[in-house]
Unconditional design. Structure first.
Length: 498
């Protein structure tokens, strides 16, 4: 029997008892904006928030995050609180406000010009500068103040997310050593040779070593972290127990591959309403006569291999022109981090390559690539998953990749092929996907052919196996495993005190 939401609720009750659960992340799970003169609430893209929202819905608690929506200030009460989700309020979102300058230095600067390319090794040069570091430090402190205010005198488990808040655990523990603090790292941890170019590596690693529990998606990232610690500072590393002792404090390091709410996605994509959403897409994108729909959904980011995907399709059509007019590749791309030049350039490059490839292969009535630029509601995304014969995830490097698991969860017909980059965390679990190296355009084009020509029986066998994996290793199980580890730490520290 798969682990359920109810199982997670029981684990939380047993392990956390009366402790408050506090999540801290840069990105907020819901943002408010003004549309047609009215305040409306939407969900940002990004794997971390997508995965964590069902957990908070199940467990309740407080989520502290940067209020980045244009109407966020109008939506909160005097304590900067808003209950979310709007249709079924189950937890409290506490918003932290940042000035434009802080956002520029901490988010665009140190986090996304520095740490993001550093950890992804997608050959975009990381940049670090002292002013942005100062902003990063000060904003981390701002988050800490908000967390402490929320906790007050209570006992709590604080669950910090991602690379934006690496200093938070240490700052929290200094003020409240009784808190149990855990960090989940949503992106890859690179090898130590790469991480050592970061001028602030020692401070950042020390920050993480104040955690009681530190989670990565896969073991390989844990191993890379051990190597980094070994080369950066004095610490006792126990690779058998997956533990590091630094300055007398123990941090347990574990792999917890993140997932999705399989049951909820399955249920939603099986509703009669879904059929009503799929048919208009065929009209809107003129898919009559198309035999194969290939689909990609990403933030426009240079780690996602979007250019490589288009180049591979180009090569595929060069090699197999009989598929012209028979295949459509729909790419959904939400703009991201657009104030950084490298993202602007990528966006321009994608437009240029799409234009070039469409022009090269198009007929009077058909062009291979359809770019969808608008932000989609989750129901619309599910409709695309249902429509897609092939879902392509071609990241050059990715911590996990949630899209791969969402696609599998939505394929209640047990059909569809997942083309998956071997450089995603998901590739470690989803062994019935078709793997490829996105840097190898020739191989990638051949894998598109393999996906298209795969016999129906094999497609179904593979999808059935993939669905078993995601159903079993769902998001509740992921959170339950982490919270059970929290619980063990708590009972150890209680035992030490008695
Ligand atoms: O998959 C999780 C993640 O990649 C985070 O690491 C990142 O913060 C987020 O998705 C998307 O980026 P942003 O928050 O900058 O929009």
């Amino acid at each position: 029997m798969a682990y359920t939401k109810k199982d997670l609720q029981d684990t939380v009750k047993e392990m956390l008892g009366d402790r408050l659960l506090v999540i801290v992340s840069n990105r907020e799970p819901y943002l408010h904006s003004i549309r047609e003169g009215k305040i409306c609430c939407s969900r940002p893209t990004g794997g971390a928030v997508t995965a964590l929202d069902p957990v908070m819905r199940a467990c309740g608690g407080v989520w502290v995050a940067y209020g980045s929506g244009k109407a966020d200030k109008q939506a909160v009460d005097n304590n900067n609180h808003v209950k979310v989700p709007p249709d079924d309020p189950s937890y409290t979102l506490r918003r932290v406000w940042l000035s434009k300058e802080e956002e520029a230095g901490y988010y665009y600067g140190f986090s996304n010009k520095g740490l993001w390319p550093l950890c992804h090794i997608a050959y975009t040069r990381p940049e670090f500068n002292e002013n942005e570091w100062r902003d990063y430090y000060n904003v981390n402190k701002k988050f800490v103040d908000a967390v402490l205010e929320e906790i007050g005198q209570r006992k709590a488990f604080v669950w910090v997310q991602d690379y934006h808040l690496m200093l938070v655990p240490q700052m929290l523990k200094k003020k409240r050593p009784d808190l149990i603090v855990s960090h989940f790292w949503h992106i890859p941890w690179p090898n130590s040779e790469v991480f050592r170019i970061c001028p602030k590596q020692k401070k950042l690693v020390e920050g993480l070593l104040s955690n009681d529990l530190l989670g990565f998606h896969i073991r390989y990232h844990c191993e890379n972290f051990f190597d980094t610690v070994e080369k950066t500072l004095e610490a006792r590393i126990d690779r058998e127990r997956y533990s590091i002792i630094h300055n007398g404090h123990e941090t347990l390091v574990r792999a917890f591959p993140i997932s999705v709410d399989f049951n909820a996605i399955e249920k939603k994509s099986n509703t009669p309403n879904m059929k009503k959403l799929v048919s208009p897409l065929i009209e809107e994108y003129n898919l009559h006569g198309i035999d194969y729909v290939m689909f990609g959904l990403d933030r426009i980011d240079y780690t996602k291999g979007i250019i490589e995907r288009i180049r591979a399709l180009d090569r595929f059509l060069e090699k197999y022109p009989k598929y012209k007019g028979k295949i459509a590749f729909i790419q959904i791309g939400d703009l991201s981090r657009i104030h950084l030049q490298v993202y602007k350039d990528l966006n321009d490059e994608i437009n240029a390559v799409v234009e070039e490839v469409n022009w090269k292969h198009s007929t009077e009535t058909w062009a291979p690539i359809i770019m969808v630029r608008r932000h989609l509601l989750f129901d619309e995304i599910l409709a695309f998953y249902k429509l897609a014969d092939i879902c392509v995830v071609s990241s050059l490097h990715d911590g996990m990749n949630i899209v791969a698991k969402e696609y599998i969860s939505a394929r209640t017909d047990g059909d569809g092929v997942l083309l998956l980059s071997q450089f995603t965390g998901a590739a470690r679990e989803l062994s019935d996907a078709i793997y490829f190296n996105p840097f190898d355009i020739e191989e990638f084009a051949e894998k598109i052919r393999q996906a298209i020509e795969m016999p129906a029986k094999e497609r179904k066998q593979r999808m059935t196996a993939l669905r078993e994996v995601v159903s079993e290793k769902n998001i509740y199980k992921w959170a339950g495993n982490i919270i059970s580890e929290f619980g063990k730490i708590h009972s150890c520290s209680a035992a030490k005190r008695t």
